[in-house]
Design a protein around this ligand. Sequence first.
Ligand code: PLP
Length: 466
Amino acid sequence: MKYYDKLVFELSQPGRTAFSLPENRFPSAGKLPSALCRGEAPSLPQVSEPDVVRHYTNLSQMNFGVDSGFYPLGSCTMKYNPKINEEVASLPGFAGLHPLMGEKSATGAVKVYEELEKELAEITGMDRFTFAPCAGAHGELTGLMIMRQYHLSRGDSGRTKVIVPDSAHGTNPASAAVCGLEVVQVKSLENGRIDVEALKPLLDSSVAGIMMTNPNTLGLFETQIKTIAELVHGVGGLLYYDGANMNPLMGVVRPGDMGFDIMHLNLHKTFSTPHGGGGPGSGPVGVKAYLAPCLKEIKVSGFQGNFAVMLRALAYLLSLGKQHIREVGQYSTLNANYIKECLKDVYLLPIEGVCKHEFVFDGLINDGAKEGVPGASTLDVAKRLLDYGFHAPTIYFPLLFHQALMIEPTETESKETMDAFISVMRKIAAEAAEDPALLHDAPHNTPITRPDETTAARNPVLIHPQ
Ligand SMILES: *Cc1c(COP(=O)(O)O)cnc(C)c1O
């Protein structure tokens, strides 16, 4: 145990402080009413300034962030977030706004919403946006409520089903269920795309719509999207687009042109807000003009969402401009394909071909399994990566494969960083082939090794055992 592994309370020494206040020059000033005063002083840690600074600095270094290293967490888009966005978000004129201020006294903020709506509409091909949803999943729920409202507003109350591909992000079926809609799964083909022939028999007048991600969670572009749009619209259903990951498409193609009616974006992923560990997020929902009246009727949060995330998104868009927005898609796609091609001789690539911003391996080709020694799993590879200073990719998702390892480098990484990652991934593959047991115990160099993740989630111990 290092000395800084102690709680700040354990560092406490009676009488030690990190501050000195000037002597009270107004001893005659009235005392606070006793009802407002504590009976006894609060039990706060008594520590010096260096103790406090070292304590929190060391704690911050026990975690992994996109500012500490490469973070190829598929689907989560952990790109580098330009620091200028943080400055914009903390400008006092914005940071000091109160949510109850009238529009007239917050005209600058209103302008930010208008500008951002215009930019996002141009990128997506949608017409109107709401910024109220505070996460991608919250946006999905909002979008589905708009979809339901649209059907009901036309007196069409029999549309109770939502079609969701088996490759979808887990939030899609969850949002549909929360919205009170029945989830019907459509399966994927061997090539990872929606099986259009399997979709056809599911389509009738009970279908409210279909939720799709394109490129889907395997990082593959749905080439049949026009046909799917015609089929679903043909039976009166709507197309919902999960735009959490707009990285590969920005400035190249638009969901609105592919036939989608409603979509959400994850501003915290694609438009550069530091995220992970629960927020803050923003999942604005865009619709085609004919759905704008329904959009106005749906209220999903008290105010206008997480405004600071919108400021970062607008700063990001304006600093890139039209030309460089397009390069986000090109470089994120190039980077993903580069890593895929450099590793596919040692990690199993179940679906060959060009991917978009991310791709999925199905574990190691040679996992080192021998008589009496189990081979190295995807979990082992992920844990071993931490020893070498890289964040692990997303693992065991999507559920289509048993040993899924989902890698998304993003556009902000240099070739040198990716080469370092590739060489470590190859080294781990060699270690697995040689001695898989070494990987079963990884990580060896992190503050903790392998927690029991299920117990940690179900029975969290949130107080320090004294
Ligand atoms: C991240 C993600 C979501 C959910 O977004 P949250 O902000 O975490 O709620 C939905 N769909 C896809 C494809 C995603 O990658």
